[in-house]
Design a protein around this ligand. Structure first.
Ligand code: SF4
Length: 338
């Protein structure tokens, strides 16, 4: 068993019922795991030796091998390539920022959605990552304290719903990782039923919708393995924003001559307004396409990106252009593949 697979309540249950120990031992274990980030049970100094032995005999602590680490010369972003116990590779990206360090984590091995512009979509879907494997990616970062987590790596988080939700509970539990809810963003291509479900979990993390077009026909070409309409997705996203009192980010990968003209922006404005008269429900992130090998898409010129941004702002939408991190090591948005 992977010890990072368990919430605090589940650990308490095991400690009390199975090991006949006091409940507070679970909190001590969490402290070693998540606050002190100690990677050997033998170093859990304030536990009785008998309990340490039980942990050693029954649990795994870390399961990944760090296959390689690449550091960007452009911005010091670090791409980790982890190898799972069953021999698969997953990418995780550490993004150093002045205001807060973030880590972009994977949730599946491969991705069945197969977005045309995304390198992860070219990796055959094998399986969901376990909750422990999702959390381990964060704990294994060696560059410093993590203040933000982005569920934006390989895989579609809401197609691995149970493990993702469990990992969110571990991240937000004060006695475990203890991250602020608003420092966590779950990005989804729009798995409608699970957006509603997530809204009801009382986790109140931030949600990002990878929309990329406000036109179903265009979107189907970019995101082929997908069944929900833009209307269904935005209805669910608006419900999420209202239920959790959060701003939903609309992510829009800008691809030259595909979805980057004023007509496309007008369609976007129209469909967003249709779902919420309050424009503050959404924030728009324009993401200039990042080059992926053997993909003949291009990013629009910078001037054009700037004018699209200004157009959206002039229509009342808070809009940003996302800076790519780790472009030279294939760590930027859409580049995470093998
Ligand atoms: S963008 Fe997300 S959903 Fe689409 S292929 Fe890449 S990882 Fe999968």
């Amino acid at each position: 068993m992977h010890i990072l697979d368990f919430t605090k309540e589940e650990l308490e249950d095991i400690i009390v019922k199975k090991y006949q120990e006091k409940k507070f031992r679970a909190k001590q274990i969490c402290d070693w795991l998540y606050k002190k980030r100690v990677n050997r049970f033998d170093d859990f100094k304030n536990l009785p030796k008998t309990l340490v032995e039980k942990l050693k005999n029954n649990f795994l602590l870390y399961t990944f091998e760090i296959l390689s680490k690449q550091k960007s010369k452009l911005d010091a972003t670090v791409r980790y390539n982890f190898k799972t116990k069953d021999g698969y590779f997953i990418p995780t990206v550490f993004i150093p920022k002045v205001e807060r360090n973030a880590v972009c984590i994977s949730t599946q091995i491969g991705c069945a959605v197969k977005c045309k512009f995304c390198n992860s979509g070219r990796v055959k879907f094998v399986r969901n990552l376990t909750c422990g494997e999702i959390i381990e990616q964060i704990l294994r970062i060696e560059e410093g304290r993590i203040n933000g987590v982005l569920y934006m790596g390989m895989g579609e988080p809401l197609l691995n719903y149970d493990n993702v939700v469990k990992s969110l509970k571990i991240l937000t539990d004060e006695d475990m990782v203890g991250l602020g809810r608003r420092r966590i963003t779950v990005s989804t291509i729009g798995i409608v039923p699970n957006i509603y479900k997530l809204a009801e979990e009382n986790l109140k993390v931030k949600l990002a919708i990878s929309l990329h077009s406000a036109n179903d026909e265009v979107r189907r070409k970019l995101v082929p393995n997908f069944k929900y309409s833009i209307d269904e997705i935005l209805k669910a996203a608006t419900f999420y924003a209202k239920k959790t009192s959060t701003v939903v980010t609309i992510e829009y990968v800008l691809i030259k001559n595909k979805n980057d003209d004023i007509t496309a922006m007008k369609e976007l404005i129209k469909v967003l307004k249709k779902h919420s008269e309050d424009k503050k429900v959404y924030k728009i992130n324009l993401i200039p396409y990042n080059q992926v090998e053997k993909c003949n898409y291009e990013k629009p010129l910078d001037d054009k990106i700037g004018s699209l941004k200004n157009f959206l702002i002039s229509n009342g939408f808070l809009t940003f252009v996302r800076k790519p991190y780790g472009l030279d090591i294939n760590a930027a948005c859409g580049q995470l593949g093998f």
